[in-house]
Write a protein that binds this ligand. Structure first.
Ligand code: LLP
Length: 426
């Protein structure tokens, strides 16, 4: 996070607070959110895209306090389940600023979204068009919808988080004609208000050319719809997926740079197709919250394995960060409670779970005197760590503490063993 520095004695501070104090007060592991960092990233996206709606993708990390923060910063919110919708509404997110995603929204979820008055629903299948059409008819309402288009772009990212190649579950295929057919069906039936097209090509993407190809292709479809039905759809959503730096090797684009490239391609394509430039929206999740959080762990054991490497075990692991095991993601780590003049040691930061794949940071140089009781900070854990956390091995999930102006505030409390047992009713 932006407001992390090392104090004179070598300990990390965040927004003026000593991490040792945070560890004492809240225990470890703990996710520490630099609130001003998150807010400044919202502001940077909004400044870079002043005429667009910036939807924060809540799947990256969602709780009421964060909903309020992003709402205060003028963001919109993308939710993709009833649970995320409930959290958004519980934090008084204005419903008209919520977009509802998902490839398998149930009738109950769609009904709830309609009754709450969400601003738009992003449609993902013909089944869903029929479902929503029936619900809208029953209620006599005309929900605003977008069509999620699968544009056939091979995004250069991990297979599990790429979403626009043809052979996957999301959206309507552009090449196969399903996307055009969906648009025609909605327009011809006239029950739903088709506002525009949507594409999301994947996540943790650094090469902006994927967004360019996808924008070009959806605008091609936009022109096709205009030619066939005489309707120019007023909105276009280019999705999220903007990469962040997990290690010093990553070099992400700034929101300004992204905006420049996206606007350029959209303007050029609209000119070529003689389309009015649609109202744009984007959906960054990771790029808003990812860098704003670090996880603070305590070291429990240090084991040298025959000169191969040193295993530093911390008091969490794959239950609070599954990304290393699941996507082979890279993180960094640093000893957070003190400085050290010891030489660097090739370490692997591992968790306390019962499998050898329980790795938090694959390779990191830590000072050779790293020892039980030290605190280790792993930055960049704001996105998809707490939100994908589990109770594997009955480990309660860590709390989230927001820090701002030298003050800490608990925004998600630590789970307890009682919480876990409360579900166990047999
Ligand atoms: N919009 C849509 C329609 C999405 O499906 C997603 C992410 C986003 C926006 C936000 O993407 P972001 O800007 O955060 O990259 N669990 C994986 C990431 C899955 C992303 C799913 N969809 C991970 O930990 O990397």
């Amino acid at each position: 996070p932006r407001h992390v520095t090392r104090a004179a004695d070598g300990a990390l501070t965040v927004a003026g607070l000593d991490v040792r104090q945070l560890a004492t007060e809240y225990g470890t592991p703990v996710y520490v959110l630099d609130e001003d960092d998150l807010r400044s990233r919202c502001r940077e996206f909004r400044a870079a895209f002043p005429d667009a709606d910036v939807y924060y993708a809540g799947k990256a990390f969602l709780c009421r306090a964060v909903v309020r923060m992003i709402a205060e910063e003028g963001m919109f919110l993308d939710v993709c389940t009833g649970g995320e919708l409930a959290t958004a509404l519980a934090a008084d997110m204005p419903a008209e600023r919520i977009g509802f995603h998902g490839n398998n929204k149930s009738v109950a979820e769609l009904a709830r979204a309609l009754d709450a008055g969400v601003g738009r629903i992003i449609l993902d299948s013909f089944t869903e068009i029929d479902r929503l059409t029936a619900l809208a008819r029953e209620r006599g309402v005309r929900p605003r919808v977008l069509i999620r288009v699968t544009v056939g772009v091979e995004a250069h990212t991990h297979e599990f988080i790429a979403t626009a190649h043809e052979d996957q579950k999301f959206g309507f295929s552009l090449a196969g004609g399903a996307a055009a057919e969906a648009a025609f069906r909605i327009l011809d039936e006239g029950v739903l208000e088709l506002r525009g097209l949507h594409s999301h090509i994947g996540s943790q993407i650094f090469d902006a050319s994927g967004f360019e190809v996808s924008a070009r292709r959806v605008l091609g479809l936009q022109a096709q719809i205009r030619d066939a039905r005489g309707v120019e759809l007023p909105e276009l959503d280019l999705g999220g997926g903007f990469g962040i730096a997990y290690t010093t090797q990553d070099d992400p684009a700034t929101p300004q740079e992204l905006a420049k490239r996206l606007h350029k391609i959209v303007d050029a394509e609209c000119a070529a197709e003689q389309l009015a430039v649609p109202h744009l929206s984007i959906e960054p999740g990771r790029a808003v919250v990812g860098p704003a959080v670090f996880t603070l762990y305590e070291v429990g054991t240090v084991k040298d394995v025959d000169g191969i490497r040193t295993y530093v075990s911390v008091d969490g692991g794959m239950s609070d960060n599954i990304r290393t095991a699941l996507y082979d993601a890279s993180y960094s780590a640093t000893v957070a409670n003190r400085a050290s003049t010891a030489p660097p040691l090739l370490a692997r930061v591992v968790g306390k779970h019962c499998e050898s794949g329980d790795i938090v940071v694959k390779d990191e140089f830590l000072p050779a005197d790293v020892q039980p009781g030290d605190l280790v900070a792993v930055p960049g854990t704001g996105a998809y760590c707490r939100s994908m956390a589990s109770n594997y091995n009955h480990v309660p999930r860590p709390p989230v503490v927001a820090v701002r102006d030298g003050r800490a505030r608990l925004i998600v409390r630590r789970e307890t063993e009682e919480d876990l047992l409360a579900l166990d009713v047999g």
